[in-house]
Design a protein around this ligand. Structure first.
Ligand code: CTP
Length: 406
C-alpha cells in the first residue's frame, strides 16, 4: 500500500451543526488526511466556503456548474479522487436523498458517482431523527454498507432534548479515517473468489445442478474489491451482475471452474471457494439430446468431479502455488454444521472454513442473510451471529486481513 495520505471528501450540509465542520476539517488535517470539501447551498448559509477552503487548503466545491462555464466535471473528478465520502453534518434531507439516490446538487451527485465507503454523521432535531421515515432511510443506507455515526443525546439548538446532536468530532474523524484506510487495505493483493453452482451436462439440453444463488460469493468479491484487492470472480451460472471493478470469469461445469480457478490462483494471495461445486457429473454427456422410452425410468451414471479446494491445498504443499497462499473454504451442511465443518476443514486442509446450516431459516441458499461459524487452524469454532451476506463478507475480509498481519 502506498503511503500517500488518506483522501477525505467532506460534504457539509445545511444544519446549525455545519459550524462544527470547520473544526472537523482541522481534526482531519491534524491526522494528516488530505481534505476537500463539498458545501451544499444550505450549508453555505451556516459556514462560509472561505473558512473551509482556508482550513482544508483546497478550493471548496459548491455547485456542479461554473461561472464562467467550464468543461470540468467536478462530481466525477471528486468521486475518483476520494478514498471516503464523509458527510457531517448530514441533515434528514441528505439521508432521504442519499437513500433514494437523488442527484440534484453537487453533493448528491458525487454520492451517486462515488464507489468507495460512505460515512454519514447525522445531526437534526430529535423528533426528526426518531421519525419513521428517517429510521427507514437510515436502515436503507446501512443495508447498503453506509457507516452511520449516530447523533448524541443532549440539548439541540432549538432547545429540544434527545438524540440529535452531531457526534463527537474525534469519533467522526476516526470513523472516516478507518473507512479510508480500509478502502486500500488489500491494495496489491490478487484474490480469486468462486461463486454460484456448477452445471453438469446430462446432454446438450439437460443438466444437474444445485440451489446456490451465488449471493455469498458475489458479496465477498464486492467486499474485497472495496478494500482495493484485485478480484477475479470465477462464477457458475447465476442471475447476478458482476460487482463493480471485479474481473468476472463465467464457467459452467466443475471442470471449467477448476481450470479457471487454478489458472487465476498462480499469483494470488488468497482463494475463497464459495462456489457450490457439484461433486459428481454424468459419466457420458452425448452430443445429441437423449430420447428414451417414456414408460420406463433410467439410471444416470455419475463419476466424481475433482475437488478444487483439495487440489489447491495439494498444489500449495507441492510448491506449485505460493506457500503463503491463503485458502478459504465453505461448508454448506444440513444439520450439525459446526462439527461437520471442523472435520471438513481438517480433511480438505484449507486454512479457514466458514460452515453454515443451509436448512436453517435465514441461512444458506438464495436468502439475504447468513449464519456461519468460522473454523481456523486451531479447530476452535467461532460462531458469528446471523447477519446480512454483505456483513458476513466484511467480517471474512477482516479475518483475512488479520491472517496476513499474524
Ligand atoms: N469444493 C471444491 N470442489 C468440489 C467440491 C467442493 O472445491 N468438487 C469446495 C467448495 O467450494 C467449498 C468446500 O469445498 O469451499 C466444501 O464444499 P462442500 O460441497 O460442502 O463439501 P464436499 O467436499 O462436497 O463434501 P460433502 O458434499 O461430502 O459434504
Amino acid at each position: 500500500m502506498s503511503r500517500r495520505p488518506p483522501r477525505i471528501l467532506l460534504g457539509v450540509s445545511g444544519g446549525i451543526a455545519a459550524y462544527k465542520a470547520a473544526e472537523l476539517v482541522r481534526a482531519l488535517v491534524r491526522e494528516e488526511a488530505e481534505v476537500k470539501v463539498v458545501l451544499t447551498a444550505r450549508g453555505a448559509e451556516f459556514v462560509t466556503p472561505l473558512t473551509l477552503a482556508t482550513l482544508s487548503g483546497h478550493p471548496v466545491a459548491t455547485s456542479e456548474f461554473h461561472d464562467p462555464p467550464s468543461p470540468a466535471i467536478d462530481h466525477i473528478d471528486l468521486a475518483r479522487w476520494a478514498d471516503v465520502l464523509l458527510v457531517a453534518p448530514a441533515t434528514a434531507n441528505v439521508l432521504a436523498r442519499f437513500a433514494r439516490g437523488l442527484a440534484d446538487d453537487l453533493l448528491s451527485t458525487v454520492h451517486l458517482a462515488f464507489r468507495g465507503p460512505v460515512v454519514l454523521a447525522p445531526a437534526m432535531n430529535p423528533g426528526m431523527w426518531e421519525r419513521e421515515q428517517t429510521r427507514a432511510n437510515v436502515a436503507d443506507l446501512e443495508a447498503r454498507g453506509v457507516v452511520i455515526v449516530p447523533p448524541e443525546e443532549g440539548f439541540v439548538a432549538c432547545g429540544d432534548e434527545g438524540a440529535g446532536r452531531l457526534a463527537d468530532l474525534q469519533r467522526i474523524a476516526a470513523e472516516a479515517l478507518i473507512a479510508a484506510r480500509r478502502s486500500r487495505s488489500m491494495e496489491g493483493r490478487k484474490i480469486v473468489v468462486s461463486a454460484g453452482p456448477t452445471r453438469e451436462a446430462i446432454d446438450p439440453v439437460r443438466y444437474l445442478s444445485n440451489r446456490s444463488s451465488g449471493k455469498m460469493g458475489y458479496a465477498i468479491a464486492a467486499a474485497l474489491e472495496a478494500r482495493g484487492a484485485e478480484v477475479v470472480l470465477v462464477s457458475g451460472p447465476v442471475r447476478l451482475s458482476p460487482p463493480w471493478g471485479v474481473e468476472r470469469v463465467m464457467v459452467e461445469s466443475a471442470l471449467e471452474m477448476r481450470e479457471a480457478v487454478l489458472e487465476a490462483a498462480g499469483e494470488a494471495a488468497a482463494v475463497v471457494m464459495a462456489a457450490a461445486v457439484a461433486d459428481h457429473r454424468p459419466s457420458a454427456a452425448p452430443e445429441k439430446k437423449i430420447s428414451l422410452p417414456k414408460d420406463r425410468g433410467y439410471a444416470l451414471q455419475l463419476e466424481p468431479n475433482p475437488d478444487i479446494l483439495a487440489e489447491l491445498v495439494q498444489a500449495r504443499a507441492a510448491g506449485r502455488l505460493p506457500a503463503k497462499l491463503l485458502l478459504v473454504g465453505f461448508a454448506a451442511e444440513t444439520g450439525q454444521a459446526t462439527a461437520k465443518g471442523v472435520a471438513k476443514r481438517r480433511r480438505k486442509g484449507c486454512d479457514l472454513l466458514l460452515a453454515n446450516d443451509v436448512a436453517r431459516a435465514g441461512s444458506g441458499f438464495d436468502v439475504e442473510t447468513n449464519e456461519v461459524t468460522l473454523i481456523g487452524p486451531d479447530g476452535q469454532p467461532e460462531p458469528w451471529p446471523q447477519m446480512s451476506k454483505r456483513q458476513v463478507a466484511e467480517r471474512l475480509a477482516d479475518t483475512m486481513e488479520k491472517w496476513w498481519r499474524r
